[in-house]
Design a protein around this ligand. Structure first.
Ligand code: UD1
Ligand code: CA
Length: 485
């Protein structure tokens, strides 16, 4: 096979993802594989990497907490198959179970693991290329680690050819000195793999069928085996406990941020900025410290986010400024201004140049272009026209205890401070509402609505009821200034 042929290389027959193990050290009722880094389950990264190389089949071997794992797979990757390994009798047994699902395979089979989230599709492709270039029957992905404790070690002969793998617990002292480790990721010729699997015996410390022994069996059958070494150790690293989970999360985040910085995004403090793998950011965006961008969030050019802002599934328009804000499932228009201390709940859309200011909470609120709610408001189930002004402390009272209703404020209307709109009410375009009003009925275009008691002053009340107090003396002094005796 020529590497340089114009024809696309033949697809891999299958990628088998091992995911049946228990993950004891996570101490979790949730499957280890569903724990997330950078916003996605560990298993989803394994599936994504496998999918990148477009194999004919992907088979995930499930066992421990399989209901959770299967439900998750059905959601994120309905194209993958699962094979149930009832008892975890070893990695070799797991692959046997997977192949049991796949009759009539020819060509190459890759084996990866569900708990090695940083492995990329590019690395799988490079491993496959090496395997095919060397015309090997089995090729293992290896790396050099400072502390190889616990890993299988790569054994090589005097010429440097791989001869096999020995597990840490089965290794002698000299073998334990070896720092080249087995990543647990391989590519096999499927016929060689099938036949070698039938010859495995549990002759090891754990009494398991070791996939690692396949290499020795294949070699002893006179077929070539090889290794593909990568420098990027993180790609071979598994997650076994929550300490490794946090380290892996931080490293993946660091790589995501580096990629965005190369694309022209300013990240003021990478250590406190968290961006999920699924987020999209345009050049000239500035991310201030304490910013977290999650889910399907996108940020358009020139926008500034943070400090201390979390956006989940939020679309931010060009040049918008979002300060100290929590927002989810919302759209912030171009040039709009949000925060500080704003809470945008699902269904909020803020038009271009609009403002949601300090201590304002919104939910299912459609706010027009250049409309403003600058201070201390609740806008729930609200439709607010362009250029409208919502005064300080305005409440859209959307819930009567039974149902939620929508209220509308028309374009360029003014809602006076500390007003309550008891939904459903409709305030037309170009209307005014006097401060402190409780609005229970519709307001027509151009009308002023006043709905509060008229002011009444009681002259001399302080002098009569609070004589001798500082207040009374202040009143006297003021009176004196007004009408000097
Ligand atoms: C395995 C390798 C070791 C390698 C290391 C890399 C073997 C015998 N050893 O060791 O050489 O350095 O991975 O991380 O293969 N699994 C199943 N079914 C089973 C057993 C395991 O699905 O019956 C899955 C686990 O869920 C896990 C993976 O296979 O995802 C590896 O199993 P684990 O028991 O962690 O193997 P290690 O001892 O780490
Ligand atoms: Ca492991």
């Amino acid at each position: 096979m020529s590497v340089h042929s114009d024809q696309a290389p033949s697809p891999v027959a299958a990628v088998v993802i091992l995911a049946a193990g228990e993950g004891k050290r996570m101490k979790s009722s949730r499957s280890k594989l569903l724990h997330e880094i950078a916003g996605h389950s560990m298993l989803s990264y394994a599936v994504t990497a496998a999918t990148t190389i477009q194999p004919e089949h992907i088979v995930v071997v499930v066992g421990h907490l399989r209901d959770q794992v299967e439900a998750h797979l059905a959601e994120i990757a309905p194209h993958v198959l699962t094979a149930v390994q009832e008892e975890q009798l070893g990695t070799g047994h797991a692959v046997q179970v997977a192949l049991g699902q796949l009759a009539d395979l020819t060509g190459d089979v890759m084996v990866t693991m569900g708990d090695v989230p940083m492995l990329t599709g590019e690395t799988l492709a490079a491993l496959l290329l090496e395997h095919r270039t060397q015309q090997a029957a089995a090729t293992v992905l290896t790396a050099q680690v400072p502390d190889p404790t616990g890993y299988g070690r790569i054994l090589r002969d005097a010429e440097g050819r791989v001869t096999g793998i020995v597990e840490h617990r089965d290794a002698d002292d000299t073998q334990r000195e070896i720092t080249e480790i087995n990543s647990g990721i391989y590519v096999f010729d499927v016929a060689a793999l099938r036949s070698a699997l039938t010859e495995l015996v549990p002759a090891n410390d754990q009494g398991e069928l070791y996939l690692t022994d396949v290499l020795t069996v294949v070699r002893e059958a006179g077929k070539p085996i090889g290794a593909y070494f990568i420098d990027d150790v993180w790609q071979t690293e598994g997650v076994n406990d929550r300490i490794q989970l946090s380290q892996m999360n931080a490293e993946l985040n660091r790589r995501i941020l580096e990629r965005w910085m190369r694309e022209g995004v300013t990240v003021v403090d990478p250590a406190s900025t968290w961006v999920h793998a699924s987020v999209d950011i345009a050049p000239d965006v500035i991310l201030l410290p304490g910013t977290s961008l999650e889910g399907a969030t996108s940020v358009a050019a020139g926008a500034q986010i943070g400090p201390d802002t979390t956006l989940i599934d939020v679309e931010v328009g060009e040049n918008a400024v979002v300060t100290r804000t929590q927002a989810s499932l919302s759209v912030i228009g171009p040039g709009a201004n949000v925060g500080p201390f704003a809470h945008l709940r699902p269904g909020t859309t803020l038009g271009s140049g609009g403002k949601i200011g300090t201590f304002v909470e919104t939910k299912n609120a459609r706010i027009g272009a250049r409309a403003k709610a600058p201070h201390l408001s609740y806008l729930g189930d609200a439709v607010i026209g362009e250029g409208a002004n919502i005064g300080a402390g305005v409440i859209f009272a959307n819930y009567d205890g039974l149902t939620k209703s929508t209220s509308t404020v028309g374009a360029h209307s003014f809602v006076g401070s500390n007003s309550v709109l008891a939904a459903p009410v409709e305030v037309a375009d170009g209307a005014y509402i006097a401060a402190g009003s409780t609005i229970t009925g519709d307001v027509g275009p151009g009308d002023l609505a006043v709905s509060r008691s008229r002011q009444r002053n009681v002259p001399g009340w302080v002098a009569r009821k609070r004589p001798g107090t500082k207040t009374a003396r202040a009143a006297e002094a003021a009176q004196e200034q007004k009408e000097p005796s």
